[in-house]
Write a protein that binds this ligand. Structure first.
Ligand code: A2P
Length: 337
């Protein structure tokens, strides 16, 4: 059995990776429609050995599409995902448009795949990249020892803000190395050789929306509204791969050795924790271009008897977005078989 698939946002940083992961994992694709705005209609994108022509989403007829992977921003999802669902497709949406709706499941493939089955609106939401990688690593610990509280600081690469953000970091870095000025455009201040403690918009409580996503989504995915999450989200001048310094407090004591053993068996996780120079994951040496969530620096909190510290790194475009979306499509395909 094959599935007719649409990729919405096919020219974007996430969309093009969705196409390459569909090809890599040999997803049973029947017809494949690649969609974007009228700006790039007529351009070509790569799917395995093939070139496909981009079509304008606004004039595309979704009839016959079985699975639609959306990654073109929240406004596009809000406007078009219901139309695809009404035409009979299951929409896997990478934007935050539907994530907090009770009748839309929010699914990490390794954590809560069973939640996929109940999708009354025909829409399944793909979580935020930072929450995604954090929960692949924390869910096994939560099941074993009960996580009560999560303190997390993120170090998020620019690719999470799309292709134009990748270009801004590149151009700005080159300009500065040539003693030239480069005015910020995609970021509010200079990103080259800098850090920015601001991702997405500010909320009334002083947190940014990116930070609140980690609070809301962690509770929804783990199905536990009592978990306390205290995040700080920071943009760093890295192209691909988000890193997180994560400090958890558990109901039951779990030692660093127990946590390491648990994580070594956890699906989607690779432990890199040698306690030597280079024996820890970084975005460049481990994560970029790969599928795993890497965990290192596992150690017990000196300041809390039930505290544990971890360093979690993953490719935000792959596991944080495109790979998980394709894994969810694979779950649909398996159920339909
Ligand atoms: P386009 O190339 O036509 O602008 P990124 O996150 O890397 O910036 O990518 C965003 C993706 O979403 C691109 O593929 C972009 O297509 C697509 N997109 C943006 N706005 C729209 C729109 N109004 N309709 C369809 N696709 C859109």
């Amino acid at each position: 059995k094959t599935f007719n698939v649409a990729v919405v946002g096919a020219t974007g940083a996430v969309g093009e990776t969705m196409l390459s992961i569909l090809a890599e994992r040999k997803f049973p694709v029947g017809h494949l429609a690649v969609l974007a705005s009228e700006r790039s209609a007529g351009e070509q994108v790569t799917f395995g050995a093939k070139k496909l022509t981009v079509q304008d989403l606004a004039t595309f007829d979704p009839a016959g599409i079985d699975i639609a992977l959306f990654s073109a921003g929240g406004a596009v999802s809000k406007a078009y995902a219901p139309k695809f669902a009404a035409a009979g497709a299951v929409v896997i949406d990478n934007s935050s448009a539907f994530r907090y709706d009770d009748d839309v499941p929010l699914v990490v493939a390794e954590v809560n795949p069973e939640a996929m089955r109940d999708r009354p609106r025909g829409i399944v939401a793909n979580p935020n990249c930072s929450t995604m990688q954090m929960l692949v690593a924390l869910a096994p610990i939560h099941r074993q020892a009960g996580i009560v509280r999560i303190n997390v600081a993120t170090y998020q690469s620019v690719s999470g803000a799309g292709r134009s953000a990748l270009e801004e970091l590149g151009r700005q870095t080159a300009a500065m190395l040539n003693f030239q000025q480069h005015r910020p455009d995609r970021f509010p201040v200079q990103i080259a050789f800098n850090l920015i403690p601001h991702i997405d918009e500010f909320m009334d409580n002083g947190f940014t929306k990116e930070e609140m996503k980690m609070v809301w989504e962690t509770r929804k995915i783990l199905g536990d509204d009592s978990i306390q999450v205290n995040p700080t989200a920071v943009r760093v001048p890295v192209f691909y791969g988000h890193s997180e310094a994560v400090h958890i407090e558990t109901r039951d004591k779990i030692t660093a050795a127990e946590a390491r053993a648990l994580l070594e068996r956890a699906p989607g996780v690779e432990v890199v924790d040698e306690r030597t120079a280079g024996g820890y994951p970084t975005p460049v040496t481990h994560a970029a271009g790969t599928d795993a969530v890497y965990v290192g620096r596992i150690r017990e909190d000196l300041s809390h008897p039930h505290g544990l510290n971890l360093w979690i790194v993953a490719d935000n475009i792959r596991k944080g977005a495109a790979l998980n979306a394709v894994q969810l499509a694979e779950l649909l395909a398996r159920d339909a078989a």
